[in-house]
Design a protein around this ligand. Sequence first.
Ligand code: MLT
Length: 260
Amino acid sequence: MQNDSLLKIFCYGNRTNPPIIFVHGFPFDNSMWSAQVAALKDSHFVITYDIRGLGGSPIGDGQFPMHMFADDLLNILDSLSIKSTAVCGLSMGGYISLAAFEKEPSRFSKLILCDTRADADDNAAKSKRAMNIKNINAYGGVRFVQNFLPLCTSEDFRVNNSDYYNSLLERYSSVNERSLKACQLAMMGRADYSHLISKIDIPTLVICGEHDGFTPPEFMKNMAAQIKGSEYHTIPNAGHLAPLENPDYTNNLIIDFLNA
Ligand code: MLT
């Protein structure tokens, strides 16, 4: 399915079932949710999409602040006539979900935050992004992704699922360098959503891979503690990509949460 901005959108299951939309992280695409789609498509109307510049969605002029990603998410809901839905975002997908929640909280019925954070980049994180862009310019996107993916995944996953891991390396090594840099800039310039956390008043599930080095379990547990009535879980044998690295464990939590 294509909408006005030609984003690639994928819908699964019966439209009369409760909807859930998944928002992927950087520099991934809709396919990172394939295990969640398989687990939910018989009971839910499942939507995945490729965010601007990633997967099959066009980069356009390459200028997209986080607010534009949030508008894309809300526009997709409009295009599918969905008034309110469960939203699940991982890492940058979590930033996008929070930016959209700030704009239109009534569109959210339940929220799942995976391996993400609410605060903006501090100066050190901004310098790191600038260095990432410099390195992409100097050494190319393939090398960037090949260095980045091990940081996103647990050793357990890389060793025990080496074929899958190698397929991820191959798939994401081909991401357009302009998109990699544009996403770095979008994340660098995102607003601070910390103030939203204590205002979230919908059922919220917070999950984090036990070996997540970007947003570690203690950090996410602390964020969850500020969300009224939220549920927090650490996902064993997983890093920053918990739903992809340990899908069975994650899916059981998501199913229980959606059915509660
Ligand atoms: C992601 O996984 O989406 C990114 O690593 C998030 C980030 O760089 O802040």
